[in-house]
Design a binder for this molecule. Structure first.
Ligand code: CAA
Length: 257
């Protein structure tokens, strides 16, 4: 399938989705979100793909929802069309998604990166929720995911002032997993994605589900959920293979079953 606002590549079992609206710093308009939804849904159902990287350009991961597209919306339209509702595909994906962020990740761009499972950032990355400067507020999870990632003080600071936070600050605050030199960002993100995709898929999906459960439930419930998921993995071929390979001092041959 060919897309207009995104590009896709396959690197073995890792898929790459590159946001590609350079004229608008990858502002997220409805066409781009529909294409992202479509590409991601394809990768979700493709057994050959184990992990996805979502990236933008060196200048911008994404500079937010498309302001030109939304400026004339009224309340009823936004409500009835469930404006921004379709973005949830990224947050609902079962396979891991790594955000590889260079340049601006602002507003919806920051929110999109936070919907991914973790963020690798280049030294040039800038994160922010500047919606307040437009007379509105974050609408795709910014006030919620940012607060969970960096805590109330910094989330309030960013959302109320609209200031940007650089990659180092974002890493210190826990928003970003690793900061890399710009030239290494994409190769490292793809390598990381391939590394995850080479693991046993049932274990990968279970880890993702269990870590995400930590945000939705109490500690006791979360630990109970983790224990059941852990027990369930003893029903897989890959548990036998992974442990046998360790004991026999050889690489495992996972079969995703
Ligand atoms: N929507 C639409 N177009 C955008 C855009 C956006 N979010 N961000 C940038 N663009 C466009 C600019 O209008 C400009 O287009 P023209 O050449 O046609 O004028 C082009 O991209 C390049 O942008 P700039 O000239 O502004 O580039 P710059 O390097 O001087 O500044 C920037 C870069 C600081 C990121 C600035 O573009 C900016 O502040 N962008 C808007 C950021 C923003 O407010 N994002 C939040 C959007 S609301 C939202 O996302 C709601 C939500 O929760 C989902």
């Amino acid at each position: 399938m060919t897309f207009k606002t995104i590009e896709i590549e396959r690197h073995g079992r890792a898929a790459l989705i590159r946001l590609n609206r350079p004229e608008a710093l990858n502002a997220l308009n409805s066409e781009l979100i529909a294409e992202l939804d479509s590409a991601l849904s394809d990768f979700e159902s493709d057994p050959e793909i184990g992990c996805v990287v979502l990236t933008g350009s060196e200048k911008a991961f994404a500079a937010g929802a498309d302001i030109k597209e939304m400026r004339d919306k009224n309340f009823a339209e936004a409500l009835l069309e469930n404006f921004l509702g379709r973005w949830d595909t990224v947050a609902r994906a079962r396979k891991p998604i790594i955000a590889a962020v260079s340049g601006f990740a602002l507003g919806g761009g920051c929110e999109l990166a936070m919907m991914c499972d973790f963020i690798l950032a280049s030294e040039s990355a800038q994160f922010g929720q500047p919606e307040i400067k437009l007379g509105v507020m974050p609408g795709a999870g910014g006030t919620q995911r940012l607060t969970r990632a960096v805590g109330k003080a910094k989330a309030m600071d960013l959302c109320l002032t609209g200031r940007m936070m650089d990659a180092q600050e974002a890493e210190r605050a826990g928003l970003v997993a690793r900061v890399l030199p710009a030239a290494e960002l994409l190769p490292e993100a793809i390598k990381t994605s391939q590394r995850i995709a080479a693991m046993s898929a049932p274990a990968v999906l279970s880890v993702k589900e269990a870590v995400n459960r930590a945000f939705e439930t109490s500690l006791a419930e979360g630990v109970r959920f983790e224990r059941r998921a852990f027990h369930a993995l003893f029903a897989t071929h890959d548990q036998k293979e992974g442990m046998a390979a360790f004991i026999e001092k050889r690489p495992p041959q996972f079969q995703n079953r």
